[in-house]
Design a protein around this ligand. Structure first.
Ligand code: DOR
Ligand code: ZN
Length: 337
């Protein structure tokens, strides 16, 4: 087996559900899933049952993560439009990497639909740390326009439509500081309930091309652990677990499309590190064989949700070793932490 060494990957978009819904995931199980998937730095989203909209909620997450997390983790602050006076404290916190605004419906019900409130949030976030938006269609057009107006850095989460790629391309051409991410499920999955909804074949092709040409800068898992039972309901929870399959899916696509693995390092390390100013992680790397096939789920899952929409797929490059801050936390494919 020819192992290749990579930097510890960075996922700037995960939902670890701690506190509030630890029957789905918690900081320990979520960060173990991260290590199993080759990630050593995560950014956790604010849409918990008690959302990360206050300094107190942020402190509570920091306390819990310190107690339970087995890799590095940062946080995105959130807003419902009524907590603007807490923004300075949030962006001054070194553990905060951005502000998330939900402009469309998704898990948690924290959508801000009023353009005037979105405007006020973007105006108030007077920081070089990015504003991340869940913004589809005309909401994306609005966010791009307002981010431009106020000179804010914008990150467009989980791009899913060709029309949105076109807007992002235009914004980049105009010189705006905008980055964009795509999820593995929007690239590779055909069935399942998520927000945004899955892309059609034409959209998928445009998303893949946009990733290749750099219009889309990075890959984010949007790891959204829900139990199987919650997914099997007549009104399923939105989203899918993704931390343990993102790298393998990209390595499989690399084989199929003839991409060099260095591109994967761009999407999962170099670009997220630069856009979100993720600090260095000394003595941290992962090792895997990009040519070695494996079957998803054959050795179970680390995520507490315990399943994957890619269960049974043949992917490439299962992670074999992880050195995290000088410590061997995975050895021969087995977590030691
Ligand atoms: O499918 C999704 N699930 N999309 C999101 O934006 C949120 C996520 C979740 O928290 O479950
Ligand atoms: Zn998300």
């Amino acid at each position: 087996m020819a192992l290749t060494r990579f930097p510890g990957f960075i996922d700037i978009h995960v939902h670890l559900r701690d506190p509030g819904q630890t029957h789905k995931e918690d900081f320990r199980t979520g960060t173990r899933a991260a290590l199993a998937g080759g990630f050593t730095f995560l950014c956790d989203m604010p849409n918990n049952t008690t959302p990360t909209f206050t300094p107190e909620a942020l402190q509570e997450k920091l306390r819990l993560a310190k107690e339970k997390a087995v890799c590095d983790i940062g946080f995105h602050y959130g807003t419902d439009g009524t907590n603007l006076s807490t923004f300075t404290a949030a962006w001054s916190n070194p553990h905060v990497f951005g502000l998330k605004i939900y402009c469309n419906q998704t898990t948690g019900g924290y959508q801000i639909a009023d353009p005037a409130v979105i405007d006020a949030c973007i105006a108030a976030w007077d920081s070089h740390k990015p504003i991340l938006v869940h913004a589809e269609g005309e909401m994306l057009a609005l966010c791009i326009e307002r981010a431009k107006k106020y000179g804010r850095r914008l990150h467009v989460c989980h791009v899913s439509r060709a029309s949105e790629v076109a807007m992002i391309r235009k914004a980049k051409e105009s010189g705006m500081s905008v980055s964009a991410g795509v999820t593995p499920h929007h690239l590779f999955l055909d069935t399942g309930v998520m927000k945004p909804g899955l892309s059609g074949i034409e959209d998928k092709k445009v998303l893949l091309d946009a990733l290749i040409d750099g219009t889309i800068d990075l890959v984010e898992s949007d790891h959204a652990p829900h139990t199987r039972e919650e997914k099997d309901r007549s009104t399923p929870s939105y989203g899918v677990p993704g931390l343990e399959t993102t790298v393998g899916l990209l390595l499989k696509a690399a084989k199929e499309h003839g991409w060099k693995t260095v591109r994967i390092v761009d999407w999962l390390y170099t670009q997220p590190k630069e856009f979100f100013q993720i600090p260095d992680q000394p003595d941290t790397f992962v090792e895997l064989d990009p040519d070695a096939p494996y079957i998803v789920g054959a050795n179970g899952y680390q995520t507490k949700s315990g399943w994957s929409p890619f269960d049974g797929w043949e992917l490439y490059g299962q992670v074999r070793h992880v050195i995290y801050r000088g410590r061997e936390v995975m050895k021969e494919g087995v977590l030691t932490i």
